[in-house]
Design a protein around this ligand. Sequence first.
Ligand code: TMP
Length: 210
Amino acid sequence: MAEMMKKLAGKFLVIDGPDGAGKTTQINLLINHLAAGGLEVCKVRDPGGTAIGDKIRQILLDRQHEEMSVRCELMLYMASRAQLAHQVIRPALAAGRCVVGDRYISSTVAYQGAGGMDGREIQEAGRIAVGDTLPDLTVILNLPAETGLGRLKGAPDRMEAKAMEFHRRVRELFLQQAAQAPDRFAVVDAAGSVEEVQQRILAAIAKWIG
Ligand code: TMP
């Protein structure tokens, strides 16, 4: 375990996946685990995570903005991320912290891809936004769209309110990214108890670290 913690210093991990997959709970448990192991951890949320990013997040998720085009979405998610990479992620990695991200470019590939954007164009925009500040490992929490949306509480935001077909495509695009780059992605089954899923995440990270 001490060896694993040492290897995670200065690394950028992202937990991503469809809405309702349990990301937030799992990220909090993971951070507690890493911190208990003596690692300095920096948690970031995308979109958001900075004063500028939090304002962009509000614009993105506002249900009144029904007319927002997918290209506008793309640029706003990337703008929030550009600031996050500049203001928080890069300095934390440079200081040797382990950065744990709640979503990143993999979400844009999945969601705005499901909205009709070309994957290569999204990656290009990503390069402009964050340069080479890219995750070392992205863990995808895998769950059927119906199960994920069924777990959500409260009024859905603008993205959550999209049709079931959209959310099915989002899941497919997450899995496709993982299949295309198995050295940088791990897929974890998000069905089961909170503890079971956390153990699967830790096992996936340990396997990746080698
Ligand atoms: P959250 O559920 O992690 O708070 O994310 C907010 C919503 O924004 C969620 O429905 C997924 C969506 N999203 C995108 O459509 N594109 C992106 O690039 C990101 C980061 C999130």
